[in-house]
Design a binder for this molecule. Structure first.
Ligand code: ZN
Length: 443
């Protein structure tokens, strides 16, 4: 399982290398050389094979590209996939998700459901995710076992929550997770996740941001998800949800704003000025009828925008190829302009721009020497991918997560020939089926 990597390294060779670097390099018959956990060279196969003494991973007929970045997830919610669909956000959240979470979310369900989500993500090419939920220490254990890279946050909400029955202890619980997770797993970085400005008081938001600043970690928050939230915020606070967070001093370059659907130009200027980043979650917004985030305007403002799936109870999968395609298509349809979101823009949001928005742009997101070896091999010898005029176009408009053949994270092969090497998928699915029958009986 990547043990060969410690000696002569690995050369992924022979495919089309889509680097997504600053020079937009696409290399035919290219190769990527990996030594330990890092990419050490990217170039033509012929040059790189000379004098190479390690293991060659043959990738002819494939695309070699950076692993995908899912910048917003609630991993354990795979337990509730398909449990309540076709409902408005508030009814879905308060009538179905919060009660299901109260009844079924425990450390062991979080652990098992996270294993399933990691399996789904790795097998579909996602190597890095950013998560926020409850019992996050169990999430961390499962993510570490899977071999994924992740930013993980304990959730903060002013209601009794799984594992945190007393809301006055919510920030302390999040802080405890941050301190216990720091440095514990090499590819996991802790963070704090406030559910939203309407489920967290001003005091909670300020305490959470202060704690995040003291620990130098990312603060994630759902914000401006619907027009209803925006109207309510204006009625209660006299400002927009983004304006409210700005007034509380919560916005800075270590703040990640999820959704940002109901925002205007003044909000976007505020976000840009603060240095905060946005995560666009189009399929969740579409499924819950929340609307369309003005992503082309965000990009025009120079705001870093990442892509995420959201929890798979509101998506209902974790396939980032699907999310990139939805992003490219949705904005064209919404603006009645096919030039408003091209394939490369969507693909970069799912890779290097995503990593940048998460503050990990120097670590991962593109194929460049010095970066961590988070690499995927996409099999293009498939009926829906032949012939191939433009690899970037195919990756967004035609490819699917199931086309991913091999996955490497941190220099370690975690998927080989579509088989997960780190987890026993059959056993996880059996355990999830058992948990699902409990949810079905009680939900
Ligand atoms: Zn979410």
């Amino acid at each position: 399982m990547g043990r060969e990597n410690s000696e002569g390294g690995i050369l992924l060779a022979g495919g089309t290398v889509v680097t997504l670097d600053a020079d937009h390099r696409v290399i035919e018959n290219g190769a990527v050389r990996v030594q330990n956990d890092r990419i050490v060279a990217v170039g033509k196969r012929g040059d790189m094979e000379k004098s190479f003494k390690g293991t060659v991973l043959e990738a002819s007929g494939c695309i070699i590209m950076p692993g995908l970045v899912n910048a917003h997830t609630h991993l354990p919610m795979s337990l509730f996939r398909g449990l309540a669909d076709d409902l408005p956000l508030m009814e879905w959240l308060t009538g179905h998700m919060f009660p299901a979470e109260a009844a079924h979310i425990r450390p062991e369900t979080v652990y098992t459901a996270t294993l399933l989500s990691c399996a789904e993500m790795l097998l579909s090419g996602t190597t890095f995710c950013c998560d926020g939920y409850f019992h996050e220490d169990s999430t961390a254990r499962a993510v570490a076992e899977s071999g994924m890279r992740a930013i993980l946050a304990q959730g903060v909400i002013d209601y009794p929550a799984p594992g945190v029955p007393d809301p006055s202890k919510n920030v302390e619980a999040a802080l405890m997770f941050v301190r216990s997770a720091k440095g514990r797993f090499p590819a996991i970085e802790p963070s704090i996740f406030c559910h939203s400005p309407y489920t967290c008081s001003a005091e909670t938001l300020i305490r959470a941001k202060t704690a995040a600043r003291e620990e130098n970690v990312l603060l994630q928050i759902h914000v401006a998800e619907t027009d209803g939230e925006r109207d309510q915020c204006f009625a209660q606070n006299g400002v927009s949800p983004v304006g409210y967070l700005d007034r509380l001093g919560v916005l800075d370059e270590r703040t990640l704003l999820v959704h940002a659907v109901a925002v205007d130009d003044a909000d976007l200027s505020m976000i840009k000025k603060s240095g905060a980043a946005v995560v666009h979650v189009p399929e969740s917004n579409m499924k819950l009828g929340s609307g369309v985030a003005p992503v082309p305007d965000m990009l025009a403002h120079g705001i870093p925008v990442a892509l995420g799936t959201d929890g798979c109870a509101s998506n209902n999968d974790l396939d980032m190829f699907g999310e990139a395609a939805t992003t490219a298509l949705l904005h064209k349809a919404f603006r009645k302009d096919p030039t408003v979101m091209n394939a490369e823009t969507a693909l970069r949001m799912a890779t290097e721009k995503g990593a940048e928005a998460l503050g990990s742009g120097s670590v991962t997101g593109s194929l460049e020497p010095g970066k961590k070896a988070d690499i995927i091999v996409v099999d293009t010898r498939r009926p829906h991918l032949v012939p191939m005029y433009s690899p970037l176009s195919h990756l967004v408009y035609s490819a699917r997560g199931s086309d991913v053949r091999d996955v490497m994270v941190d220099g370690r092969l975690v998927v080989r020939q579509r088989k997960l090497l780190t987890l026993d998928l059959e056993r996880i699915m059996e355990r999830m089926e058992r948990l699902g029958s409990v949810v079905k009986g009680k939900a």
